[in-house]
Design a protein around this ligand. Structure first.
Ligand SMILES: [Zn+2]
Length: 527
C-alpha cells in the first residue's frame, strides 16, 4: 500500500488539528513490525506509560498493524487504551475497542491485580507477625522506659528509673495525682515530649505488663493473640503488688471514696457483716464527729447470690474515735500475749540481718533463673518460627516437621510453666522479705506502740490484720470480728519436757479471729 512514514505522520497531525487537540508524535522508525514485543520497543513502552499517566486521550495510528502484529502485545495495548479511556483513531475512522472480549479480559486483569495486592498484604502481615514473635518491636513509638535498637526494644535507663519510681510510689500508697506532680517537678517528659503527664497516661503505664516482661499482641486479621517476650524493667513482685493495689483502689473508688480528705485508721479493714462491702468513713465538720458506715445504705447493690438489686439494711454506724481505740487495744493485747508474735520478733532481733541476707540471696538466685528461662523461651520461640517457615516453604518433610514442632511446642509450654513457678516463688520470697522488713521496722518499738502516729498504726495493722467484720447484734450492740493474718489468738507454748524447760518448747498455733462487742467491749473467741 506504500504509505510512507511521513504520510502517516501528516495524516495523524491533520486528524488531531481537525478534532482540535494538541498532538505528540511517537516515531518508532521502521522497526515496529520486526521484533514485535514490548521489550524491543522502547518508544511504544514510552507511549503506554504516558497513556497510563492519563496524558493521552486520543491516539491515531495509520493501521492497527502499526501497533502490533503480536496477539499478546496487541491485547495489552488495547486493554491499556480501554482502561484509560483512550479513543483509537485509524485511517478508517474510530476503532471500536469495547468489545465483550476486552471487557472480560479487563475484568480478569483487575481481579488478578487485586489478588496480587491481597497476597502482598497477607505476606507482609505474616512477616510482621513472625518478626513480632521473634521479639522485634511491633512498630510505633516505644513505651516510656524503652528505646528501639536494631528494631528491638531495650531499656532506656534515663526513663526506666522513672518507671520504677512511678510503680514504687503507687505501691507505697501515693495517688496518681501525687505522682503527676513529682514528674512535673523533676522535669520528666512523656513519650510525646509533654512535661505534663495526664492521670490517664500514668494509669495506662501502671497497667502495662510489658514492664514485667511480656505483652499481648493481637493480629487484627486472624484475631490470633500472641504473648510476646519483652525486656523486663520491674521485678514481677513490684508489678504484682501494684496490680493488687490497683484492684483494691478501683474497688474503693467505686464505693465513692476517691477523694479522701481524712485519714481513717480502719477504713481499709472494716467489712459490713450484712452485705460484705468495705466500710466508708465520714467526717462531719460542724458536729466534730466522725463515723464508719456501710456505703450501701446510700446506693443500690446487687446481691451476688440472688442477683437482686437492693440496699443494705445496715444503717448503724460506728463512732470512729471509740472504734479505733477499741480495735487498736484489742490487737495490741492479742499480740503482747501471743507467743508466735514474740517468737517472730525475737528471731528477727537475734538472727537479724543474716536471714535477711539469705532471703536476698534467694531472691537474687531466682531472678537469675527467671532471666535464663526467659532467654530459653525466646530461643525456643525463634526455633518454632523457623520451623513454621520451613513448613510453609516446604523445605523439609512435613510429617517430620510436625513431629519436631509438637515437641518444641511442648517444651515451650514446660518452660512457660517453669517461669510461672519461679515468679510465684519470687513473689513469695519478696513478700516474706517485706514481712521481715516490717518486723524489723517495728520490733524495737513494740513496747511504745501507743505512741505511734495514725499512719504508723495503719502500716502496723497492715502487717498483721486481714480484715475486720462488723455485724449488728441488736439496736445497741455491734460486734466486730478481727481476722489476723497469722494465728496469734490465744496461741500457746508446749514444753518438750514440762519438768525440764531447758529442753525447749514448740509454739502451738492459736486462732485467726477475735471478736469484741463494741458497746460492752466484751471479748470472745468466735466459733
Ligand atoms: Zn452493708
Amino acid at each position: 500500500m506504500g504509505s510512507s512514514l511521513d504520510t502517516q505522520k501528516e495524516l495523524g497531525i491533520s486528524k488531531s488539528k481537525n478534532l482540535g487537540y494538541e498532538y505528540k508524535v511517537w516515531n518508532e522508525g521502521g522497526q515496529s513490525s520486526s521484533k514485535d514485543d514490548l521489550e524491543n520497543r522502547p518508544v511504544l513502552v514510552d507511549l503506554l506509560k504516558e497513556i497510563d499517566e492519563g496524558n493521552v486521550k486520543h491516539l491515531f495510528v495509520f493501521n492497527t498493524d502499526r501497533l502490533s502484529r503480536n496477539d499478546l502485545t496487541w491485547s495489552v495495548i488495547r486493554l491499556k487504551l480501554v482502561k484509560n479511556d483512550v479513543t483509537l483513531h485509524t485511517s478508517q475512522g474510530v476503532y471500536p475497542l469495547s468489545d465483550p472480549m476486552n471487557k472480560l479480559l479487563l475484568g480478569i486483569l483487575s481481579e488478578i491485580s487485586s489478588y496480587d495486592n491481597q497476597l502482598r498484604t497477607e505476606r507482609s502481615r505474616l512477616g510482621k507477625l513472625n518478626r513480632i514473635k521473634k521479639g522485634y518491636w511491633k512498630g510505633g513509638p516505644p513505651p516510656f522506659g524503652y528505646k528501639i535498637k536494631d528494631k528491638k526494644l531495650i531499656e532506656n535507663k534515663d526513663e526506666s528509673k522513672w518507671v520504677k519510681f512511678i510503680f514504687e510510689s503507687y505501691r507505697d500508697n501515693h495517688s496518681a495525682r501525687w505522682i503527676k506532680q513529682e514528674l512535673l517537678k523533676n522535669g520528666v517528659f512523656t513519650r510525646r515530649k509533654n512535661p505534663v503527664w495526664s492521670l490517664g497516661s500514668i494509669e495506662k503505664l501502671l497497667s502495662n505488663t510489658q514492664y514485667s516482661g511480656y505483652y499481648h499482641y493481637t493480629d487484627k486479621k486472624s484475631g490470633e493473640t500472641i504473648r510476646v517476650q519483652s525486656p523486663a524493667i520491674l521485678s514481677p513482685t513490684l508489678f504484682k503488688n501494684v496490680s493488687d493495689q490497683r484492684k483494691k483502689r478501683t474497688r474503693q473508688t467505686r464505693s465513692g471514696e476517691s477523694n479522701m480528705k481524712h485519714f481513717y485508721l480502719l477504713r481499709d479493714y472494716l467489712r459490713c457483716g450484712q452485705c460484705g462491702s468495705r466500710y466508708s468513713g465520714r467526717h462531719y465538720e460542724r458536729q466534730k464527729r466522725s463515723i464508719y458506715y456501710c456505703p450501701r445504705i446510700e446506693r443500690n447493690y446487687v446481691n451476688e447470690s440472688t442477683k437482686k438489686v437492693k440496699k443494705c439494711s445496715n444503717r448503724r454506724y460506728l463512732k470512729i474515735e471509740e472504734t479505733d481505740k477499741l480495735i487498736w487495744n484489742t490487737v495490741i493485747d492479742i499480740l503482747t500475749k501471743s507467743n508466735l508474735f514474740k517468737e517472730e520478733v525475737k528471731s528477727q532481733s537475734m538472727i537479724g540481718n543474716s536471714t535477711h541476707n539469705d532471703k536476698k540471696d534467694d531472691i537474687r538466685k531466682l531472678s537469675r533463673k527467671l532471666k535464663e528461662v526467659d532467654r530459653d523461651i525466646g530461643e525456643v520461640s525463634n526455633t518454632i518460627v523457623n520451623l513454621e517457615t520451613d513448613r510453609i516453604l516446604k523445605r523439609r518433610d512435613s510429617t517430620e516437621l510436625s513431629q519436631i514442632l509438637t515437641n518444641v511446642e511442648t517444651y515451650r509450654v514446660e518452660l512457660e510453666s517453669d517461669r510461672e513457678v519461679i515468679k510465684d516463688k519470687l513473689y513469695h520470697f519478696e513478700s516474706k522479705k517485706q514481712w521481715v522488713d516490717w518486723i524489723s521496722k517495728f520490733s524495737d518499738r513494740i513496747d511504745k506502740m501507743s505512741e505511734f502516729s495514725l499512719e504508723e498504726k495503719h502500716e502496723f495493722l497492715n502487717g498483721v490484720i486481714d480484715n475486720i467484720l462488723v455485724s449488728t447484734l441488736d439496736t445497741r450492740t455491734h460486734e466486730v470480728i478481727i481476722k489476723f493474718k497469722i494465728p496469734y489468738v490465744e496461741d500457746s507454748i508446749k514444753w518438750n519436757d514440762k519438768s525440764n524447760k531447758s529442753k525447749g518448747y514448740t509454739v502451738k498455733d492459736g486462732g485467726f479471729e477475735i471478736g469484741v462487742e463494741i458497746d460492752t467491749s466484751k471479748k470472745f473467741v468466735p466459733k
